[in-house]
Design a protein around this ligand. Structure first.
Ligand code: NAD
Ligand code: DAU
Length: 358
């Protein structure tokens, strides 16, 4: 197995959900590696996610846009970066339906700008093998599965259905083309739905946790029978670590929890855990808050990931069961209202009303 040892990391989107979890993971496992986070701090970016690491000088933070070529050029050269881990994106499907432009701008054009600036830097260094551009992508690029269809593998044809997944597919194709055309040492990972701490409360699991704690309705799209494959975010971080260290350049890997569940079963489980762990909920039992609402337009029915490749080639497996991961996540939201309460801003409320009505 090849081994690549990252020396100087640039993490884009490191103030977001998975990015910040990754930065915590990395600094606790590899405290010696210098690490810079580049993040535009959109509504989804939150310095509170990583402020202790910044204050303790374990990482450096730069506020900036991946669409800024001068900034990227300067960062790469000043800090002699050898590894980019690219999380930065617009990531929420419902927002991509309301306004797809930002998704094309960040996910397609931003990734292109990052790739192209990295390519020029790589050429300037004499095209060494020991650089990496690891692009973090999603299972949604493969489209939607019928109930009994086999899970997505790395060779499944792309069939994105939302502006979000189409923009991620576009970025994946660009990354792939930079390896095949120029030989730029890139890697792509496509992961299923993550959950855990620091998850912005527009996504299903944190939204349900916050609404249960506030005694607000739990909006279930359509019939609630759409299926997602959930992975605890720390397991995703470990998979990225393994891919970065051991995968040959040019490869793609699927990552998933082997843990498919319907939305309604997941929400019922969250209600059970909240009822068990929280004292004095405004409405109990909390499943009484479940409300079926109009479906998401173009809602993908089912995602499922075949993770045979990463398991057999790199030895990675998820380690946290859904019950254990949800318990940890529910406890985290229960104990961190100081983190999520300030996020329920006027902007958030406006967004909420646009998607859910009153
Ligand atoms: P997120 O929305 O929580 O975080 C995105 C981060 O990117 C934010 O900190 C935001 O400020 C930053 N950002 C946005 N536009 C930027 C720009 N133009 N320049 C610099 N920074 C910018 O997203 P997430 O859920 O943490 O997802 C991270 C990545 O993982 C995304 O690429 C997403 O497509 C992918 N992914 C997410 C999941 C999931 O379940 N959340 C699953 C698979 C893959
Ligand atoms: O599959 C990976 C993807 O998972 C990532 O690429 C995306 O960045 C991430 O946002 C996530 O996309 P989903 O659309 O699957 O996640 P979301 O949490 O928005 O919704 C999960 C499921 O729950 C989906 O079937 C829609 C449903 N849902 C969601 C919300 C917010 C509801 O029923 N009600 C809701 O209020």
């Amino acid at each position: 197995m090849t081994q690549f040892i990252p020396q100087r990391l640039l993490v884009t989107g490191g103030a977001g959900f998975i990015g910040s979890n990754f930065v915590h993971y990395w600094t606790s496992h590899y405290p010696q590696t210098p690490l810079w986070v580049l993040d535009a701090l959109t509504y989804a970016g939150n310095l509170n996610n990583i402020h202790t690491l910044i204050e303790n000088h374990q990482i450096s933070f730069i506020q900036g846009d991946i669409n800024n070529p001068v900034l990227i050029h300067d960062l790469l050269n000043q800090h002699q970066i050898d590894t980019i881990i690219h999380f930065a994106a617009e990531s929420h499907v419902d927002r991509s339906i309301l306004g797809p432009g930002a998704f094309v701008n960040t996910n397609v054009l931003g990734t292109f700008n990052l790739l192209e600036t990295f390519r020029q830097y790589w050429i300037g260094q004499g095209k060494p093998d020991h650089l990496r551009f690891l692009h973090i992508s999603t299972d949604e690029v493969f489209g939607s599965l019928a109930p009994h269809e086999p899970s997505f593998s790395e060779t499944t044809a792309y069939a994105p259905n939302s502006p979000y997944s189409a923009s991620k597919a576009g970025s994946d194709h660009l990354v792939r083309s930079y390896f095949h055309t120029y030989g730029l040492p890139t890697l792509i990972t496509n992961c299923s739905n993550n959950y855990g701490p620091y998850h912005f409360p527009e996504k299903l699991i944190p939204l349900m946790c916050v609404n249960i704690l506030l005694g607000q309705t739990l909006p279930v799209y359509g019939d609630g029978l759409n299926v997602r494959d959930w992975l605890f975010v720390e397991d995703h971080c470990r998979a990225i670590d393994v891919v970065l260290h051991h995968a040959p350049a040019g490869e793609t890997f699927n990552i998933g929890g082997n843990c498919e569940i319907t939305n309604i079963d997941l929400i019922t489980t969250l209600c059970r855990l909240m009822d068990e762990l929280a004292l004095n909920l405004p409405v109990a039992p909390s499943h009484r808050l479940i409300t079926f609402v109009t479906d998401r337009p173009g809602h993908d029915r089912r995602y499922g990931m075949d993770t045979t490749k990463i398991k057999t080639q790199l030895g990675w497996l998820p380690s946290v069961s859904l019950e254990e991961g949800l318990r940890k996540t529910v406890s985290w939201y229960l104990n961190h209202s100081d983190w999520w309460m300030p996020l329920l801003s006027d902007d958030y409320r406006r967004y909420y009303h646009q998607v859910y009505g009153t």
